[in-house]
Design a binder for this molecule. Structure first.
Ligand code: NAI
Ligand code: 15L
Length: 266
């Protein structure tokens, strides 16, 4: 389905670490934006953007915000491992609200999934995007659920989705694991732009990582988007390549410290 560029794009999680940068970058590229978050937007609003605070657990508010939008870039919600009760509203009910709003608005969705949906694969494995989901906690489980929500809404309702299984999107890698998982903010921005521009998306899954030679990840649907990362974590090897934890569980699995959190298997 071709996208009508005049219709705005809804960005959830706009006040968050990734949302703030995306709001600025997309606005600079001339994308009309509706920004939302439960927290206030920090600093001045980018040109051509409006902001409205909302809780993702409020389905009516999400539907109102999405009305008339051509796409929802879904970056809001709990972004680290938390108790199940805290994940439930934003990441479980919230996901349903986002997809229902997209269905009603005729919008496509970019879902910011996470490597923690597959975190219990061993680091020695090289995974394709269609690999088995192996969440490493309640947060990762909510991302696995979100990925399947996208699958359901494409198969049943024709709502197009891009699932971006993000590795570690930080200003720079901070340890040896991130030489495998790092995604630069610039590569993420270009990925969002490619998603908005793609003539046909269907249900697509992409590893959200830069061009890292030490990557754990292989084939995905990036060709459908015409996106390829340009940055690489390898430039930081001398700086962080020696920085490893002393936890054998964290070092064994792709999800790192999230796997070790609450581990009781012996
Ligand atoms: P963040 O925690 O900085 O931003 C998330 C935003 O969601 C926050 O501004 C928060 O206020 C908002 N939020 C939380 N609960 C909400 C609710 N009930 N209603 C409305 N808004 C709510 O996280 P970050 O790093 O910006 O990540 C953005 C997305 O990307 C998240 O979905 C995260 O899971 C995903 N991701 C990020 C990675 C990274 O390396 N930064 C890696 C993998 C996935
Ligand atoms: C994530 O999903 C988190 O949102 C982020 O804060 C990092 O912990 C990242 O994964 C990671 O695995 O490095």
């Amino acid at each position: 389905m071709a996208m009508d560029a005049a219709r705005p794009v809804l960005l959830t999680g706009a006040a968050g670490a990734l949302g703030r940068g995306l709001a600025r970058g997309l606005a600079e590229a001339g994308v009309p934006l509706v920004l939302t978050d439960i927290a206030p937007f920090p600093g001045p609003l980018p040109p051509g953007a409006r902001f409205e605070a909302a809780d993702l657990a409020d389905g009516a508010a999400v539907a109102r915000l999405a009305a008339g939008c051509r796409a929802i870039l879904h970056f809001g919600g709990v972004s680290v491992e938390r108790p199940f009760e805290e994940v439930l509203g934003p990441n479980i009910a919230g996901l349903f609200h986002v997809y229902e709003a997209a269905r009603r608005a005729g919008a496509r969705v970019l879902f910011a999934s996470s490597n923690h949906a597959i975190g219990f694969h061993e680091r020695s494995a090289r995974l394709d995007a269609a690999c088995e989901l192996r969440p490493d906690g309640f947060y990762g489980l909510s991302k696995a659920y979100g990925e399947l929500m996208g699958r359901l809404y494409w198969d049943k309702h024709g709502v197009e989705s891009l699932v971006v299984r993000i590795g570690s999107c930080f200003p720079r890698p901070v340890d040896a694991r991130m030489l495998s998982t790092w995604l630069s903010a610039a590569d993420l921005l270009r990925l969002c732009q490619a998603m908005l521009a793609a003539p046909e998306l269907g249900y697509a899954r992409v590893w959200g990582a830069s061009d890292n030679p030490a990557s754990f990840w292989g084939a995905d649907d990036r060709q459908r988007l015409g996106w390829a990362p340009r940055d690489t974590a390898e430039a930081f090897r001398a700086e962080v390549g020696h920085l490893r934890s002393d936890d054998p569980v964290a070092e064994r699995f792709q999800g790192g410290a999230f796997c070790a959190q609450g581990w009781s298997r012996g």
